[in-house]
Design a protein around this ligand. Structure first.
Ligand code: NAD
Length: 456
C-alpha cells in the first residue's frame, strides 16, 4: 500500500492491527484494493481515507471511556477469534468502536444501518487504515443497502451488532440456515429493541440480544442530549433557519423528543408537543411546553420534527393544514414518520431541491419543505451525536459484546437489558475521564439504607 506521511494531527497510539500511526493514504490505495491488498469492501472513494483518519482521531479525543476499554481489550483479548457482523451508522464514533472490538481480538465486518448516514471518508479510513471490511456508500440505493447487509451476513457472524435490527431480521427472514452459528447480538436503538421484543414475543428470535439502548448510560445521554443537540444541528445546517421566536412542533415526548424540545426552547423557539400517551403528555406540560393534537399543531407550526418511532405521524390531513414555508424533519429511526408518498402525490410533480438536503413540495401554491428525505436529520444533515455522548453508548456496546462473548451459553433467546454492573462501570469510567469525584457512603449510611429497623 502506498503511504505518505502528511498527517498534521498528533498521532494516536495505534490499535493492534491498525496501519502505522501518522501515515496517510493516497489514491493509489484504490489500486492496492484492486490488487487485493485490502480486505473485501465497498465504499465510495478510498482516496478519502486521509480525511477520515483525521476525523476519527478527533472523535477519539472525546471518547476516553472507549479508549480505556480498548487498552484493556488489547491486553485481555476477550473477543479473540469471534466474528462480529455490525450494521451501524458509519460515523467517526462507530469507527472507534470498530477499532475497540478489533483490539479485543474480534474479526469485524461493518455495513451501514442507514443509506444516508454514512460518512464516506470514515468508510474509506476503516478499510485502508484500520483494516476493517466495510460496506457503506452515502446515498446508496435500497438494492445496494441490502447487498451490503448480505455481504456482512456472508461472513457468517457469530455476534451481531445492530442499529435498528435490520441485520438480525435479514438473518431470520432470509438465512435461517446460519442462525445456529450466532451466539448472541446487541442492539443500539429504541426502534430495534421494539422489533426484537416483537420477534421474541412471536417466538421467532433464535439467539439472545442485549438491548444496549436500555442502559441508562445510553438512552439518558445519547437519545436525550446527543439527539437533542445533533437534531438542532442538522436542521440548522440544512436550512440556516432562525429558531428564536419560531413555532416548533415536536411529535413524541420520549427520550429523543424531550432532548430536542429542551434544546429548541433553549434557542428561543416556542415549542408544542404532540403525543399519543397521557403520561409523557403531562410531563411535557409540566416541563413548560404546549401540548396539541397533530391537527392543531399542523396549523400552528413553522417547523415540525418527528421523534416517535411510529408511522405516518404527519400525513395528508396535516399537510393540508400547514402554511406556506413550513419545514419538516424526522429524527426517529426510519424514514416513515413523515408520509412522503402522500406528500408526493399532493405535489403532483412539483418537487424540487431548494438547498442541499432540503426538498420543496409545492401543493397548490403552499410550499412545504422536507429535510434529508425524512431520514434521521441529525445523521443525514449533520454528523450525528457528539463523540462525547457516543463514548458512553459505545462503551456499553463494547462491554455488552464482552458480556455475551463470556456468558452466551447461559443466556436464552430473548431480549436482555444491559447488566447493571456495566451501566455503573460506564458511568464510573466517564467520571474518572472527566476528573470528577463523587462521595462514598459512610458505614453508618450503608447500614441505614439497607436496614428495615430504622423508621420515624
Ligand atoms: N436520530 C437519532 O440519532 C436517534 C437516537 C436515538 C433514538 N432514535 C430513534 O428515535 C425514536 C424515538 O426514540 P425514543 O428513545 O425517544 O423512544 P420513546 O419510546 O422513549 O419515545 C417515543 C414517544 O413517541 C410517542 N409517540 C408514538 N407514536 C406517536 C404519534 N403518532 N404521535 C405522537 N407521539 C407518538 C410515544 O408515546 C413515546 O412517548 C426511535 O425511532 C429511536 O430508534 C433516533
Amino acid at each position: 500500500m502506498t503511504v505518505r506521511s502528511t498527517l498534521e494531527t498528533q498521532p494516536m497510539q495505534p490499535t493492534s492491527g491498525d496501519a502505522p500511526s501518522g501515515q496517510t493514504v493516497s489514491t493509489a490505495d484504490s489500486a492496492a484494493a484492486a490488487a487485493g491488498n485490502l480486505l473485501p469492501h465497498d465504499v465510495t472513494d478510498l482516496g478519502l481515507a486521509d480525511e477520515g483518519v483525521r476525523r476519527i482521531e478527533w472523535a477519539e479525543r472525546e471518547m476516553p471511556v472507549l479508549r480505556l476499554i480498548r487498552e484493556r481489550f488489547e491486553k485481555e483479548q476477550p473477543l479473540k477469534g469471534l466474528r462480529i457482523g455490525a450494521c451501524l451508522h458509519v460515523t467517526t464514533e462507530t469507527a472507534n468502536l470498530m477499532r475497540t472490538l478489533k483490539a479485543g481480538g474480534a474479526e469485524v465486518v461493518l455495513c451501514a444501518s442507514n443509506p444516508l448516514s454514512t460518512k464516506d471518508d470514515v468508510a474509506a479510513a476503516l478499510v485502508v487504515r484500520y483494516g476493517i471490511s466495510t460496506y457503506a456508500r452515502r446515498g446508496e440505493d435500497r438494492d445496494t443497502y441490502y447487498a451490503h447487509l448480505n455481504a456482512v451476513a456472508d461472513t457468517h457472524p457469530q455476534l451481531t451488532m445492530d442499529d435498528g435490527c435490520d441485520l438480525v431480521s435479514l438473518l431470520h427472514a432470509e438465512r435461517p440456515g446460519q442462525l445456529h452459528e450466532i451466539l448472541a447480538g446487541t442492539e443500539e436503538t429504541t426502534t430495534g429493541v421494539i422489533r426484537l421484543k416483537a420477534m421474541a414475543a412471536d417466538g421467532a428470535l433464535t439467539f439472545p440480544v442485549v438491548a444496549v439502548n436500555e442502559a441508562m448510560t445510553k438512552h439518558l445521554f445519547d437519545n436525550r442530549y446527543g439527539t437533542g443537540q445533533s437534531t438542532v444541528d442538522g436542521i440548522l445546517r440544512a436550512t440556516n433557519l432562525l429558531l428564536a421566536g419560531r413555532n416548533v412542533v415536536i411529535a413524541g415526548y420520549g427520550w429523543v423528543g424531550r432532548g430536542i424540545a429542551s434544546r429548541m426552547k433553549g434557542m428561543g423557539a416556542h415549542v408544542a408537543i404532540t403525543e399519543v400517551q397521557p403520561l409523557p403528555a403531562i410531563e411535557a406540560l409540566m416541563d413548560g411546553f404546549m401540548v396539541k393534537t397533530g391537527l392543531e399543531a399542523a396549523e400552528w407550526g413553522d417547523l415540525f420534527v418527528t421523534a416517535t418511532g411510529n408511522l405516518n405521524v404527519f400525513r395528508r390531513e396535516h399537510f393540508e393544514r400547514m402554511h406556506d414555508g413550513a419545514t419538516m424533519a424526522n429524527s426517529g429511526h426510519f424514514d416513515d414518520e413523515i408520509d412522503l408518498k402522500a406528500l408526493r402525490e399532493m405535489a403532483e410533480g412539483h418537487v424540487r431541491e431548494v438547498r442541499r438536503d432540503v426538498e420543496e413540495y409545492d401543493i397548490g401554491g403552499v410550499r412545504l419543505n422536507v429535510i434529508a428525505e425524512g431520514r434521521l436529520v441529525n445523521l443525514a444533515a449533520a454528523e450525528g451525536h457528539p463523540a462525547a455522548v457516543m463514548d458512553m453508548s459505545f462503551a456499553n456496546q463494547a462491554l455488552s459484546a464482552e458480556h455475551v462473548a463470556k456468558n452466551h451459553a447461559s443466556l436464552t433467546a430473548q431480549v436482555y437489558v444491559v447488566p447493571a454492573e456495566i451501566d455503573q462501570e460506564v458511568a464510573r469510567l466517564k467520571l474518572v475521564a472527566l476528573g470528577v469525584q463523587i462521595d462514598t457512603m459512610t458505614e453508618e449510611q450503608k447500614a441505614y439504607v439497607t436496614s428495615w429497623h430504622s423508621g420515624t
